[in-house]
Each structure stands twice: as C-alpha cells, then as structure tokens.
Design a protein around this ligand. Structure first.
Ligand SMILES: *[C@@H]1O[C@H](CO)[C@@H](O)[C@H](O)[C@H]1NC(C)=O
Ligand SMILES: *[C@@H]1O[C@H](CO)[C@@H](O)[C@H](O)[C@H]1NC(C)=O
Ligand SMILES: *[C@@H]1O[C@H](CO)[C@@H](O)[C@H](O)[C@H]1NC(C)=O
Length: 415
C-alpha cells in the first residue's frame, strides 16, 4: 500500500517537473516567436483580405469622395533611337505610380511599415490603366523577373513601378532638315476612366536630373541634343468615345536639336567640292573635248548619287527640305557647266566653218551681222568661257551666303 502511494507521489512530481519544464520551454518558444508571429499576422491579414475581397479589390478605390488621384513620376533610362525615317523615338523608362487604396490598410507594429507584394497578388488588385499615347510598340521588361513592383504601406498608400521600353510616334517637321529642331512628347492617359474618376498629376522633381536616370546618357545621344523639356498636365477631350468625356492626361515634351555636322561631311561638303571641281574644269582648254565632258558628266553623276543616298535615309516627304534645296541647286550648277560646254563646242564649230567660208567669200550677209549683234560670243567662244566661269563662281558664292544666312538665322535657337 505504502509502495503504491510512494509510486504515485513520484509519478506526480515527475509530471510536475516535466510540466514545469515544458511550460518554460513553451514560454521560451512563444517569446522567441513574437516577431515571427507578428510577421505571420501581417501576411495572414493580407491573404485574408485578398480572399475576402478578391472581387472588390479589382475595382477602383474611392477615397474621400469619388476621384482617385494617381501620382505619376517618370525616370528615363535611355533614349536609344530617334528615327526620322519612321518618325518615332524609342526610350526605356521606369514609370512610378502612387495612389491610396484604403481597403488594403493593415495593422502593423511600426508606423510606415510596408510590404512588397508578389506579382501574383498584384494581378488581383486595382492598378491604374495608364497607357502611352502614340506608342507603336511597348513591352514590360522581364529580366530576371517581371519588372513590376508594388509596395504597400500600412496606411493604404501604394507605390507601383514598372519598367517599359516603348517606341513612340513623333511627327517631325523636316522643312529645315538637317538644321531642324524636333519636338517629341511622351503622353500618359488613362484608357478607361474619365477625369471625374481618375485624375493624374506629376509628383517628384521636374529637373533634368530627376527626369533622367543618368544625364550623361542624354548628352551622349548620337544624333540629337536635348535642349529643353517640360512637364504638362491637361484634360484631353476624347470626343470620339461614346459619351464625349474628358480624360486626365500628363505629358513630357522634349525639344531635340539635330547635330548637323555629320550631314555637312556626308552631303554638303562633297556637293560643294563637286560644284567647285566642275567650275575649275572651265579652265581646261575647250579643244580637249573628252576631258571637259568627262569632268562635267562625272560631277553630275556624283551629285545625283549624293541626292539618292540622302533620300534613302529620309521618309518620302512631299516637300523640299533645306538639304534638298542645297543639293538640287548644286545639281543645277554642275548641269549648267555641261550645257555651257555644249554651247561652247557648237559656237567653236560655227566659227571654224565661218572662217573657212570667209576665206572663200568675203561678202557678209545682213543676217550675219544681225546674228552677231544678238550673240556676242559667237565670234569669240573663249569669251563665253571667261564670262561663264566668272558668273558661275560669283553666283555660287552668293547662293551659299544667302542659304546659310537664311537657315542659320531661321533655325537659331539659344540654349
Ligand atoms: C502613408 O505612409 C507613407 C510612409 O510612411 C507616407 O509617405 C504617406 O504619406 C502616408 N500616406 C497617408 C495618406 O497618410
Ligand atoms: C482636370 O479636371 C479635373 C476635374 O475632373 C480637375 O481637378 C483638374 O484640375 C483638371 N486639370 C487640368 C490641368 O485642368
Ligand atoms: C470637357 O472639357 C471642356 C472644356 O475643357 C468642357 O467644355 C466640356 O464640357 C467637358 N466635357 C465633359 C464631358 O465634362
């Protein structure tokens, strides 16, 4: 009996000791679990929220009234190509959007607590349906994961960023090409919501350093120099849509000035030297027909080649660009030297024939004397050469002065 009693007591004390130890352990466990438990709480809250409101969350959040305010910031990483042939430009940018969705508030330990949502949850909540007006082709980067990130603050503020490469149409005005100034714009607009529902506004800095990831990338653009940029906000009327609504629209304007040097080396300089060369050809003795014909025809062909080469890199515009005017005038100059030589050759033949005739008969007809008055060169073809080459170089010089003064003044733009 006593033995049994002592065994029970022993068992009870062991149990007590064990229970105490266990209690200690579990208390220790729960102590070390505090931040852990808290973390599980947060993700649990969010998971619960998504489970409970999965449908509702994809509807526009309405804060203080009806309008959803979306702040927009843009950071351009590079402008890789400004193409006048396709009339567009390609750029890579990071678009930052921010808005408040009170339904996504969660309780947190500290103020300003935030979490980054995985992309599978981003698909389930409302994000603004912003598109780039005039984009021909765009994509969201996918290396190494989808370049879309959403940070949710405990007070319901959302920061959403996405990295996009887009080719955007830019209507270029090539009248002054290659001394032209192009103005291209990047416009963001909501696809479905009017300005009574979603209003966008620029947030963040508007300086060039805020707009560009690395300003060095902009100054090193190969064909253009960025001389001016501007942030604009407007309400665009979308009269084509079914209920003629106004839409909130944000725009960044770029003014780009072309570097003309490469065109000078590629076209102006060769054309100019061809005109000079063809002009110098008039000093060659007119009796060496092959030399002068060859020089004239070669110059005409060279300028024709320059014009064709130039045209192939430009869109087929229906007007004359500044460069077209220059090259076609050069073409006319060179062509004139060929025509001049033909005339000269003709008059020389005539003179030879007449000399032969005068030898035969010294009688002069009245027709002959009349013709002599009309054309002073027929008697002395060499005078035609001298007169023509003088006029040729003076006219070309005057044309150049007028052309460059006109276009440089017209397109002057102080930075
Ligand atoms: C929410 O919290 C973030 C981070 O603390 C803060 O920047 C933001 O202004 C807050 N928004 C509101 C509406 O209180
Ligand atoms: C556009 O319209 C909204 C009203 O829906 C207004 O709050 C906003 O100031 C307007 N923006 C501009 C640039 O006029
Ligand atoms: C759009 O804006 C114009 C003026 O900016 C206004 O006259 C017109 O009534 C607006 N349309 C709608 C549907 O609000």
């Amino acid at each position: 009996m006593q033995i049994a009693q002592s065994v029970i007591i022993l068992l009870l004390t062991t149990e007590c000791i064990l229970a105490g130890k266990h209690g200690q352990r579990s208390r220790k466990k729960s102590k070390s679990k505090v931040p852990d438990k808290h973390g599980t709480d947060q993700s649990k809250q969010i998971e619960d929220m998504f489970r409970a409101h999965s449908y509702e969350l994809s509807i526009r959040p309405k804060v203080e009234g009806q309008i959803t305010k979306v702040g927009l910031g843009v950071m351009i990483e590079s402008i890789t190509d400004v193409s006048e042939k396709n009339m567009d430009f390609t750029l890579t940018l990071c678009l930052h959007e921010t808005w408040v969705d009170p339904r996504l508030r969660f309780s947190s330990g500290g103020k300003g607590d935030s979490i980054v949502l995985p992309s599978r949850l981003i698909d389930k909540i409302w994000v603004p349906d912003i598109y780039i007006v005039g984009s021909k082709n765009s994509f969201i980067h996918k290396t190494t994961v989808n370049n879309v990130v959403l940070r949710l603050y405990s007070n319901g503020t959302i920061y959403y960023s996405v990295k996009i490469t887009s080719t955007v149409a830019c209507q270029m005005n090539l009248y002054n090409f290659p001394l032209d100034l192009e103005s291209c714009s990047l416009t963001f607009q909501s696809l479905g919501y009017n300005n009574k529902e979603v209003v966008m506004e620029w947030v963040g800095g508007k300086d060039i350093n805020d707009l560009f990831f690395d300003p060095g990338l902009v100054t090193s653009m190969p064909k253009f120099r960025l001389i001016h940029h501007q942030f604009l906000a407007s309400n665009q009327s979308d009269s084509a849509s079914y209920n003629a609504e106004n839409k909130s629209s944000l725009q960044v304007m770029f003014e780009l000035k072309r570097y003309p040097l490469s065109f000078f080396l590629q076209s102006y300089f060769p054309a100019m030297s061809m005109v000079t060369l063809a002009g110098l050809g008039m000093w060659i003795d007119p009796r060496s027909v092959p030399a002068r014909v060859a020089l004239g025809v070669t110059s005409v062909l060279t300028i024709a080649t320059i014009i064709t080469g130039m045209k192939s890199s430009l869109p087929k515009v229906s007007y004359l660009t500044a460069m077209d005017i220059y090259l076609w005038v050069c073409f006319l100059f060179v062509f004139a030297t060929v025509l001049q030589f033909c005339a000269l050759n003709y008059f020389m033949k005539r003179q030879q024939n007449r000399k032969a005739r005068i030898h035969r008969t010294s009688a002069k007809t009245s027709f002959e004397s009349w013709r002599k008055k009309i054309c002073c060169f027929s008697d002395d073809p060499a005078a035609l050469d001298i007169f023509f080459r003088l006029g040729y170089f003076i006219t070309f010089l005057l044309f150049n002065v007028a052309y460059w003064v006109y276009y440089v003044i017209l397109t002057y733009h102080d930075v």
